[in-house]
Design a protein around this ligand. Structure first.
Ligand SMILES: Cc1cc2nc3c(=O)[nH]c(=O)nc-3n(C[C@H](O)[C@H](O)[C@H](O)COP(=O)(O)OP(=O)(O)OC[C@H]3O[C@@H](n4cnc5c(N)ncnc54)[C@H](O)[C@@H]3O)c2cc1C
Length: 414
C-alpha cells in the first residue's frame, strides 16, 4: 500500500509564506487602494490620472507588490508565480493602476528583461517597475500596422550609435511616457523581416515630436510620433542588429498574452451584470429576445474568462503559450464584438445620447464606442486568424508577394 503524500517542510514553509504574503496584500489594499465599486474607474489617461496613479503604483512597488516575479537584482521582488497569482486575484475588486502600467509592465519591461544587456536592465528596469518612468510601444506606422515588418522608419549607423528618422502612429499614451521601445529598419538590402532592429528611445529628446490624436469619444488615447535625426547610443539597442523582428514578435506575444489573460470582463461596463441592469431599466426584463441575448452574453463572458484563467495558469506554470496567445486575444475580441451588438439592441439610442455639454460621459457609452478598438489593438482579428491558422493549426500559409524580396525592391506607395 502506498503511503499518503505528506507535506514536506519546504511545502509547509512555502504555504506559510504565501499566507503571510496574502495577509500583507489584503491589509495594504484595504489601507491604500479604493475598492472598484466606490470610485469611477477610468481607462482614460490624463495628466492628473497619470500623476495620481504613478503615486499609487510607487506605493504598491515599495510595499513589495509590483514586478512580483522579476529578479531582485533588477528591481523585482524575486517571488514566485503563486504570489503573483494571489496578487492578481486579490486586486480584482480594487482600483489598482491597470492602463498606466499595461504597456510598461506587460510588454516593455519583459522584453528588456528577456533581451536587454545587464547595463540596460540596471539602468531602466528599477524605475520602470516602480513607475518612476513610463514606457511606450512604438511599432505601428501609417503604412505598417498589420504588416509591421513593412516599416520605413530607418536607423543608420553612425559613430557610437544610430541616427533615426521616421514617423510612427497609434502609440498609446506616448504623451505621458518617458521612453519607448521602437523598431526601425537598419538594412533595406535584405527581405523585410531580416533588416529590422529594436531600440530604446528617449521620448523627451528634442528630435522627437509627439502629437496626440483625438478619437470619437473626445479623448486622446493615441499619438503620432515624428522622429527627426534622433541620435541613439548603441548601448540602447535591444538585441542583435537586424534581428529586431524576432524581438518584436516576442514583445507582441507578451502583449497578446497580457490582453488575453486579463480577466476583468465580469467587472467592466459591458459585463453580464451591467447589461442585465440596462435591460431592466429599459423595461425589457420579461422580453424573451432580450433574455436570450443576456444568456448569450453571460456564456461568452464565462467562456472567455475561463480561457483567460487557463492560459494564465499555463503562463504561471512556466509553459510558453507561443502563438496560442492569439487564441485568447481572438476569443476576447470576438466575444466583445457580439456583446456590443447585444447592448446596442437592448439600450438602443440611449447608448449614444446623454445629457448635454458638461454632463458626465456614461461609462456604458464609452465602453460601446471604444469596443471596436479591442478587435484591432494588439493585431486585428484577421491577423490573429492567420496566426492561429498557420502557426497553431498548421494550415497552408497565406500567399505572399514579397517573400524573399529585398526591402528596397518591394513596391510601396511612399
Ligand atoms: C486601442 C489601440 C491601441 C494601440 N496601441 C498601439 C501602440 O501602443 N503602439 C503601436 O505601435 N500600435 C498601436 N496600435 C496600432 C495597432 O497595432 C494597429 O492598428 C493594428 O496592427 C492594425 O494596423 P492598421 O491600423 O494599420 O490597419 P491595417 O493593417 O491597414 O488593416 C486594415 C484592415 O485590413 C485587414 N488586413 C490587413 N492585412 C491583412 C491580411 N494579411 N489578411 C487579412 N486581412 C488583413 C486588417 O485586419 C484590417 O481589418 C493600437 C491600436 C489600437 C486600436
Amino acid at each position: 500500500m502506498s503511503e499518503a503524500p505528506t507535506l514536506t517542510d519546504t511545502d509547509a514553509a512555502a504555504s506559510t509564506s504565501l499566507r503571510e504574503f496574502e495577509a500583507r496584500a489584503r491589509a495594504f489594499l484595504e489601507e491604500h487602494v479604493p475598492r472598484r465599486d466606490t470610485v469611477v474607474v477610468t481607462d482614460t489617461m490624463s495628466a492628473e490620472v497619470v500623476a495620481n496613479e504613478q503615486e499609487l503604483q510607487k506605493k504598491i512597488y515599495d510595499a513589495g507588490f509590483a514586478a512580483i516575479t522579476q529578479p531582485k537584482e533588477h528591481g523585482g521582488q524575486g517571488l514566485g508565480e503563486a504570489e503573483s497569482m494571489a496578487w492578481g486575484a486579490l486586486t480584482a475588486g480594487y482600483a489598482v493602476p491597470r492602463m498606466l502600467i499595461a504597456i510598461s509592465h506587460g510588454m516593455c519591461g519583459p522584453i528588456i528583461n528577456l533581451l536587454g544587456t545587464p547595463e540596460q536592465k540596471a539602468k531602466y528596469l528599477p524605475d520602470l517597475w516602480r513607475a518612476n518612468t513610463l514606457f511606450a510601444q512604438i511599432f505601428s506606422e501609417p503604412g505598417a500596422g498589420s504588416d509591421v515588418a513593412g516599416l520605413q522608419t530607418r536607423a543608420e549607423k553612425v559613430d557610437g550609435g544610430w541616427l533615426m528618422t521616421g514617423q510612427k502612429v497609434w502609440t498609446s499614451n506616448a504623451q505621458y511616457c518617458d521612453y519607448g521601445v521602437i523598431v526601425a529598419r537598419t538594412n533595406p538590402d535584405v527581405p523585410k523581416h531580416q533588416g529590422i532592429t529594436m531600440f530604446i528611445i528617449n521620448l523627451r529628446d528634442p528630435a522627437v515630436t509627439i502629437r496626440p490624436l483625438r478619437v470619437a469619444t473626445g479623448e486622446y488615447p493615441f499619438n503620432e510620433i515624428f522622429i527627426d535625426s534622433l541620435f541613439i547610443p548603441d548601448s540602447d539597442r535591444i538585441g542583435e542588429v537586424d534581428k529586431g523582428w524576432d524581438a518584436a514578435v516576442a514583445m507582441l506575444r507578451f502583449e497578446r498574452i497580457s490582453i488575453g489573460t486579463s480577466s476583468t470582463k465580469s467587472t467592466g461596463p459591458l459585463s453580464f451584470e451591467k447589461l442585465a441592469d440596462v435591460a431592466r431599466e429599459a423595461g425589457l426584463a420579461q422580453d424573451p429576445a432580450a433574455r436570450a441575448a443576456l444568456v448569450e452574453a453571460h456564456v461568452l463572458e464565462q467562456g472567455t474568462d475561463l480561457l483567460a484563467l487557463r492560459m494564465r495558469e499555463e503562463v504561471e506554470a512556466g509553459i510558453d503559450l507561443g502563438p496560442r496567445g492569439s487564441i485568447a486575444k481572438l476569443a476576447g475580441a470576438s466575444a466583445n464584438f457580439r456583446v456590443n451588438e447585444i447592448i446596442s439592441d437592448i439600450a438602443g439610442l440611449s447608448l449614444v445620447a446623454w445629457d448635454g455639454p458638461g454632463a458626465a460621459y456614461p461609462p456604458l457609452t464609452k465602453a460601446f464606442t471604444g469596443a471596436p478598438s479591442s478587435w484591432t489593438a494588439g493585431g486585428t482579428i484577421e491577423i490573429q486568424l492567420g496566426i492561429v491558422g498557420e502557426r497553431v493549426l498548421g494550415l497552408e500559409k497565406d500567399p505572399s508577394v514579397d517573400r524573399g524580396v529585398p526591402f528596397r525592391d518591394i513596391r510601396r506607395s511612399a
